[in-house]
Design a protein around this ligand. Structure first.
Ligand code: ADE
Ligand code: ZN
Length: 343
């Protein structure tokens, strides 16, 4: 299949996004607008100068700028505006459903009330134009006590959260550091996910599964270093929320043509494609799919698998999940010559 045909398919196909940090969707233009609106001083003189600083060498070099960017978010309207902008961009990329991460500690540590954060993000999600739910992430460079206190603050808002996750600096902060807070979240009936195997070793993927009992692994690309773990992830069909542009920008892979997405699919893993922090890494969902198409031999059959995996791995109720999966089937069966294209 010619490259333009697969590019067309991945852009138009219905898809879900399962790995998007809403603070990572804050575009430099909006950072400057919010800084002006709120009287916050920025360390960069212009949008261009800020964008020029987006030359990351690893996860930590990105996180330092990402937390600085989030410092302009002060009011409920700020969180609403950021979220509404993301939802519009996702809609334009034919994302039908998004499960959105937010990092309350990044804001509550600056004195922004928890309710300001969640009410702004939630209100935008209620207004569409796509289906969207929220996953609250704990910052793993902070203590488990801090995470537990954040969970305490979240208790009055549990109807607005479908699950919890674990993000920020991975190395030196293994999943088991958060065993008790995840056990408490499990008792509360929340879904569980965690970043693991992005920069950290495959052992972190194992403890995320065994100790935290997560249902999905965010990133997980380093699993291929451990064949026994790959066999397990395939057998249990544990979804991996892979973020191709992020992995290249943060130097997990040197170039996109070295990315292991196709190898993950070939190993029978439930991989999905996601944008992670699209304002910082070069684009939203379709930019990620296009970068993959241009560097790797992605087939239409694999594109269909990725689209189906994204809904299959979601935390949607069974009927809604089934309806979205049918939309994926309809899209692919309506393609001209689809039987030949998908073999
Ligand atoms: N927070 C935002 N993006 C992240 C990433 N890619 N890894 C860990 N924490 C993050
Ligand atoms: Zn992430």
């Amino acid at each position: 299949m010619p490259n333009h045909a697969i590019r067309d398919i991945v852009q138009r196909m219905p898809k879900a996004e399962l790995h998007i940090h809403i603070e990572g969707s804050l575009e430099p233009e909006l950072i400057f607008e919010l800084a002006r609106r709120n009287g916050v001083a920025l360390a960069y003189p212009s949008v261009q100068a800020l964008r020029a600083a987006y030359a990351f060498t690893d996860l930590q070099s990105f996180l330092d700028i990402y937390y600085a960017g989030a410092s302009v978010l002060l009011t409920e309207q700020d969180f609403y505006d950021m979220t509404a902008a993301y939802l519009a961009r996702a809609h334009a990329d034919n994302v039908l459903h998004a499960e959105i991460f937010f990092d309350p500690q990044t804001h509550t540590d600056r004195g922004v009330p928890f309710e300001t954060v969640i009410n702004g993000i939630w209100r935008a999600c209620q207004e569409g134009p796509i289906s969207a739910t929220l996953i609250m992430c704990f910052l793993r460079h902070l203590s488990e006590e801090d995470a537990m206190a954040t969970l305490e603050q979240a208790l009055p808002f549990l109807d607005k959260i479908i699950g919890v996750g674990l993000d920020s600096s991975e190395r030196g902060h293994p999943p088991e550091k958060f065993a008790r807070v995840f056990a408490r979240c499990r008792e509360l009936g929340l879904h569980l996910v965690a970043h693991a195997g992005e920069e950290g070793p495959p052992a972190y993927i194992e403890t995320a599964l065994d100790v935290l009992q997560v249902e999905r692994i965010d990133h997980g690309v380093r699993c291929l270093e451990d064949p026994a773990l790959v066999a397990r992830l395939a057998r249990e069909q544990v979804a991996l929320t892979v973020c191709p542009l992020s992995n290249v920008k943060l130097r997990v892979f040197g170039e996109m043509n070295q990315h292991n997405l196709i190898a993950l699919l070939d190993a029978g893993l439930a991989a999905t494609v996601n944008s992670d922090d699209p304002a910082y890494f070069g684009g939203y969902m379709n930019a990620n799919f296009l970068a993959v198409c241009d560097a790797l031999p992605l087939t239409a059959g694999q594109a269909r698998r990725l689209a189906a995996n994204s809904f299959q791995a979601s935390f949607l109720a069974p009927a809604a999940k089934q309806a979205f999966l049918e939309q994926v089937d309809q899209f692919f069966t309506a393609l001209p010559g689809h039987a030949e294209a998908l073999t």
